[in-house]
Design a binder for this molecule. Structure first.
Ligand SMILES: [Zn+2]
Length: 309
C-alpha cells in the first residue's frame, strides 16, 4: 500500500530565523532526502494538504486566542512566548500545518490513503487551549483527533507521541474526552516539566512514560510498546494518530534519548501492524520536533518506508 507524504508550501513561510532550532531547513532537508532517492520518491504519493479553517482550529482552541495569534501575525509577527516566534507568513503556515493533518484524516477515513506522514511546521503538541508554547501555535494532532470524531463520526482514537518532549498540549486538549487515549514517552526531567507517570488525566485515558536520558535505545522502544499495550487493553482504536517527533534521535540538540533511525522504522512497522488488525490500517502521522535536519530527514524516510512505500 502506498503511503501518502503530505505537506504544504506555506509551511515554509513560517520564518523563525536560522538561529532558531525550528527553522525552515528542517522541511527542506526532508524534501531533499526524498529527491536524492528517486526510486523511493516514486513509491510514495506526494500530496499537498489544505488550510484548516478558524472553525476547525476552534475544535481545540479558544476563539480569543486564535484571534490574538492572527492579530500578532498580521502586524508582522512577533514572539508568542519565550520560544515561539512568528513572522508574516506564520498564519498561513500554522493553518496549513493543522490543515494537512485534517486532509490526512479525510484520506485515511475514506480509504484513499489509510496511512500518511504529514511533514508540517510549526509543530503542535505543546500548544494549549489559549496559549502558544514550545514552538507550537495550534495543536495539529489534537485538532485532528477532535475533527475525526466530529466530521467522520469516529469514537475511539489512539494518539502516540514519541517526541522527546512531553506532549503537554495534546494531553490538555484531549484528556477531557475518555475515548481519545493518549500515550506520550518523553525525557524526564526535561522541557516542559509535565508528564509524570501518575498524571493519567481526569478519566485515566492518558499514559505518560517519563524516561531518563541516555539509556540503551531498546529500553525506549520497549517502554513505548508497553505503553501502547496498556492504552489499548480492552480499547480498539478506529484511528491511530502519531505525533512523530524525531528529536528523540541520538544526537538531537534538544534531547538526550538514544534512538536510531531504524528504531522509527520498527516502531512504525509495529504501529502499522496494530492499525491493520484494529482499524483497516488507518494511521495518520504528523511531524513534531527533530532538530538535526539530516537525521530528521533520514528518520522521516525510514518512517515513510514503514508506513508503506
Ligand atoms: Zn520535541
Amino acid at each position: 500500500m502506498r503511503a501518502a507524504f503530505i505537506s504544504h508550501s506555506d509551511c515554509g513561510a513560517h520564518d523563525t530565523g536560522w538561529g532558531h532550532p525550528e527553522h525552515v531547513g528542517r522541511l527542506r532537508a526532508i524534501t531533499r532526502a526524498l529527491r536524492q532517492d528517486p526510486e523511493f520518491f516514486h513509491k510514495i504519493e506526494h500530496l499537498e494538504g489544505r488550510h484548516a479553517s478558524v472553525e476547525e482550529l476552534e475544535l481545540a482552541h479558544d476563539p480569543d486566542y486564535i484571534r490574538a495569534v492572527r492579530h500578532v501575525i498580521e502586524q508582522g509577527g512577533g514572539r508568542l512566548d519565550a520560544d515561539t516566534v512568528t513572522s508574516r507568513g506564520s498564519w498561513d503556515a500554522a493553518t496549513a500545518g493543522a490543515g494537512c493533518v485534517l486532509s490526512a484524516v479525510d484520506l485515511s477515513v475514506s480509504g484513499v490513503h489509510p496511512r500518511s506522514f504529514s511533514a508540517v511546521r510549526p509543530p503542535g503538541h505543546h500548544a494549549v487551549y489559549d496559549r502558544a508554547m514550545g514552538f507550537c501555535l495550534f495543536g495539529n494532532v489534537a485538532i485532528a483527533a477532535h475533527y475525526a470524531r466530529q466530521k467522520h463520526g469516529l469514537q475511539r482514537i489512539l494518539i502516540v507521541d514519541w517526541d522527546v518532549h512531553h506532549g503537554n498540549g495534546t494531553q490538555a486538549l484531549v484528556q477531557s474526552e475518555p475515548e481519545i487515549h493518549f500515550v506520550s514517552m518523553h525525557q524526564w526531567p526535561w522541557y516542559p516539566g509535565t508528564g509524570a507517570a501518575d498524571d493519567r488525566g481526569p478519566h485515566g485515558s492518558v499514559w505518560n512514560i517519563p524516561m531518563p536520558a541516555g539509556l540503551p535505545r531498546d529500553k525506549y522502544v520497549a517502554a513505548l510498546e508497553r505503553g501502547i499495550d496498556a492504552a489499548t487493553n480492552g480499547f480498539v482504536p478506529e484511528l491511530i494518530l502519531v505525533s512523530a517527533g524525531f528529536d528523540s534521535l541520538a544526537g538531537d540538540p534538544l534531547g538526550g534519548f538514544t534512538l536510531e533511525t531504524e528504531d522509527f522504522e520498527s516502531l512504525t512497522r509495529s504501529l502499522v501492524a496494530r492499525a491493520e488488525s484494529w482499524c483497516g490500517g488507518r494511521l495518520v502521522s504528523a511531524l513534531e520536533g527533530g532538530y538535526a535536519p539530516d537525521r530528521l530527514a533520514e528518520a522521516s524516510l525510514r518512517h515513510l518506508a514503514a508506513l508503506g512505500a
